[in-house]
Write a protein that binds this ligand. Structure first.
Ligand code: TYM
Length: 337
């Protein structure tokens, strides 16, 4: 009870990751690592957004495996199931319902402008699903259902967040004050980890080239190999500049893990070469991920523990989400059940 009272005074955080591919170092440094830092000061909802994942076709067995693995990764990375609400999006039907209500208050033009939609639709052509188009209004529902103050995400989600704010503002002005207008929380370091082979592109779980991405569950020797093969340049000087995107990315990774600024790192590597930098990055990544991997393996053996966490999480989340949903329905003019 005292914890509940406490939570009421704390600001609210909502964030989520899609179980749409094996998690990358980008997801870890752009999102998860910061969630761990924030959990003591906020009332946090961390979601496994499986409804978002199915906007692209998923093999059922993979989706099931990845959803549980993702929950284990949350916990193994240091997110406490006692302090926070950890749940699976599809277990709280209010998300899909709220998403429909928001979809009816969102414009085609707004959704068509989303760069992630434009990128994916270019790749997929006419087989692009309607769910992918609507994706941002489901994301807005996730965030707005919990009266969220802060949304900790990587840089790639800024446009979706802006749209969430626009949708909330529009709903408030159409139907009277309903939603808090959430702010984004983009980390200083690690906000955009790039592809190791094409460092002008974001590191992405959906990449076709395994050498381009580091997976959270990659064994140490694989991590070392991928980092040693990371594309750099022929200058041979460690600088933090857009002209050396490969080196810049390695510095960003090291900086996010060590919490040392890239500028300090540059002065440390004065007179040293790329192989020193790469070997330090590899050591740091392995040291960061190895304990998480061990914990994940342990957690995955105890399915009933994981089940107890996501069931309790869904219950706690449903309570808050349903209250907001009822409020929306009433304002829109729906008859209370
Ligand atoms: P998703 O699953 O693509 O990514 C999860 C989180 O990882 C961050 N991220 C990165 N950060 C740094 N460098 C990268 N290369 C990198 N790749 C991914 C993302 O910014 C994100 O924070 N739409 C969201 C999931 C979502 C959500 C939400 C997030 C659904 N509902 C509500 C916040 C609030 C997404 O696609 O995440």
């Amino acid at each position: 009870m005292s914890e509940n009272l406490n939570n009421e005074n704390k600001k609210v955080i909502f964030s989520g990751i899609q179980p749409s591919g094996d998690l990358t170092l980008g997801n870890y440094l752009g999102a998860l690592k910061n969630w761990v830092k924030l959990q003591d000061d906020y009332d946090c909802y961390f979601c496994i957004v499986d409804l978002h994942a199915i906007t692209v076709r998923q093999k059922p067995a993979d989706l099931r495996r990845r959803s549980l693995e993702l929950l284990s990764i949350y916990i193994a990375a240091g997110i406490s199931p006692e302090k926070n609400t950890l749940f699976i999006q599809s277990h709280v039907p209010a998300h899909a319902e709220c998403s429909w209500l928001l979809t009816c208050n969102t414009y085609m033009g707004e959704l068509s402008r989303m760069t992630q939609y434009k990128d994916k639709s270019q790749k997929m052509g006419s087989s692009i699903g309607v769910g992918l188009f609507n994706y941002p209004s489901l994301m807005a529902a996730d965030i707005l259902l919990y009266n969220t103050d802060l949304v900790p995400v990587g840089k790639d989600q800024t446009q979706h967040l802006e749209l969430t704010r626009d949708i909330a503002t529009r709903f408030n002005s159409t139907y009277s004050d309903t939603f808090k207008i959430p702010e984004g929380y983009i980390p200083k370091e690690g906000a955009k980890i790039m592809d190791l082979q094409e460092p002008l592109k974001k590191m992405s779980k959906s990449s076709d080239n395994p050498n381009s991405i580091i997976l959270i569950m990659d064994p140490p020797e694989v991590i070392r190999k991928k980092i040693s093969r990371a594309v750099t340049d022929s200058l041979g000087i460690v600088n933090y500049t857009d002209d050396q995107p490969g080196v810049k990315n390695l510095l960003n990774i090291l900086s996010a893990i060590k919490r040392t600024s890239p500028e300090e790192l540059v002065s440390y590597y004065k007179g040293k070469g790329y192989s020193d930098l790469k070997s330090d990055v590899a050591d740091a990544v392995v040291a960061e991920l190895e304990p998480i991997q061990k914990k994940v393996q342990e957690l995955l053996k105890d399915k009933s523990y994981l089940e107890s966490i996501y069931k309790e999480g869904a219950q706690k989340a449903s309570y808050v989400a349903n209250k907001t949903l009822r409020k929306m329905q009433k304002k829109i003019g729906m008859i209370p059940r």
